[in-house]
Ligand binder design. Structure first.
Ligand SMILES: NC(=O)c1ccc[n+]([C@@H]2O[C@H](COP(=O)([O-])OP(=O)(O)OC[C@H]3O[C@@H](n4cnc5c(N)ncnc54)[C@H](OP(=O)(O)O)[C@@H]3O)[C@@H](O)[C@H]2O)c1
Length: 331
């Protein structure tokens, strides 16, 4: 397996910078399972990490890529054997432990999971952290009482990875989904994923958000934070549930306690990184069954490893469209 290609993120003059390098096995981090990486993916977090636009990397240098799928090369853990197809997301992968943007990865066995029956290595990365997070949000909202008959669900950042997957999964479960997007050009795409309605962010007057406004949503998947989340909070129906996933627009939140007290609204924090069992297995099992997106192929593009540095800018500018899979060895 020596030597192999990796996209390594290092800190130079106080700023993160990623570059292709050649590595060898001895440079990989400690772990019981060595994996020949077939595919990785690009998430918003990967773009922040690789470019230094966000302080994501906690240990320099670090191979980027918070997701990977591949074939076990060797294993010191009895749960895995050479030749097993596996996937890995979350924990310290790609932020404090060498990640998926390399032809090989070595990970603690507890971070690795067998490829769910029914998913290919490519599909596992078309889902990746984005799919895991969208599904986790749905599972947690359902545990909090959300059901299709309770009313519509709004998804913002809808044309991005988490957003596209959430729209598809919710529509597939029978929810009436409103996709909120910044891009008019994505309307047909979002309707094709199953959105009943597409709303443009530019039509919202975020300068005058009332503490309580007309009740519209039984559920909400929030990828943005900031004023859009404030507006969503004030427009939730009685006992509605918001899954707070991302802060692509802002980490700030200005609201009142009124929606939470007078309407019994819940604001659920969704952390895909460190959520443990039983959620982790439950979510992957559902991703391979009833939450399996119906339009995964249409929302996914596959890029060559060499082309990785050229795609980060789109994510940083809010121009991400669906999911991006990175082909390393392929399948
Ligand atoms: N909590 C967790 O465990 C977890 C896990 C995964 C992701 N996340 C977070 O969830 C969010 C979405 O992740 P993703 O991977 O789906 O991202 P993505 O593919 O880059 O999509 C983000 C989408 O958000 C919208 N957006 C609006 N303002 C934006 C801005 N200023 N910058 C970037 N995007 C903007 C855009 O869609 P529209 O134009 O359609 O609005 C964009 O396509 C991110 O904040 C990410 O960090 C959290």
């Amino acid at each position: 397996m020596n030597p192999f290609k990796a996209f390594l993120i290092d800190e130079k003059e106080g700023r993160s910078q990623g570059a292709f390098v050649t590595m060898n096995e001895a440079q990989l981090d400690a772990g019981e399972v060595t994996i020949k990486v077939a595919f990785s993916s690009v998430n918003y977090k990967d773009a922040l990490a690789a470019t230094g636009a966000g302080r994501i990397i906690r240990r320099f240098p670090c191979v980027g890529g918070i997701d990977l799928s591949g074939i076990v090369e060797k294993s010191a853990d009895p749960r895995f054997r050479p030749g097993d197809p596996v996937l890995a997301t979350s924990f310290d992968i790609g932020v404090a432990h060498h990640g998926g943007y390399a032809e090989f990865a070595r990970l603690p066995a507890d971070w690795v999971r067998p490829l769910p029956v029914g998913l290919s290595l490519h599909e596992a990365m078309a889902l990746g952290t984005a799919g895991f997070t969208a599904a986790l949000a749905i599972v947690r909202m359902e545990e909090n009482g959300l059901a299709p008959e309770k009313g519509p669900v709004i998804v913002n950042g809808a044309s991005g990875g988490v957003g596209s997957l959430a729209v598809d999964m919710l529509a597939g479960l029978g929810y009436r989904v409103t996709a909120l997007t910044g891009k008019e050009s994505e309307s047909d795409y979002l309707k094709g994923l199953g959105a009943s309605e597409v709303m443009l962010r530019s039509t919202l007057d975020l300068s005058r958000i009332r503490p309580l406004d007309k009740m519209l949503w039984a559920g909400a998947v929030d990828n943005l934070g900031g004023d859009v989340l404030s507006w969503i909070a004030s427009t939730m129906k009685q006992a509605g549930t918001i899954a707070s996933i991302g802060m692509a627009a802002s980490h700030a939140l200005s609201t009142t306690v009124m929606p939470f007290i007078l309407r019994g609204v819940s604001l659920l924090g969704v952390d895909s990184g460190y959520i443990r069992e039983p959620h982790r297995s439950l979510v992957w099992d559902r991703l391979a069954s009833d939450l399996r997106p119906r339009h995964l192929r249409e929302m996914t593009r596959t890029i060559r490893f060499d082309d990785l540095p050229g795609v980060f800018d789109d994510f940083l500018k809010g121009n991400a469209h669906g999911r991006t899979v990175v082909e390393l060895a392929g399948a």
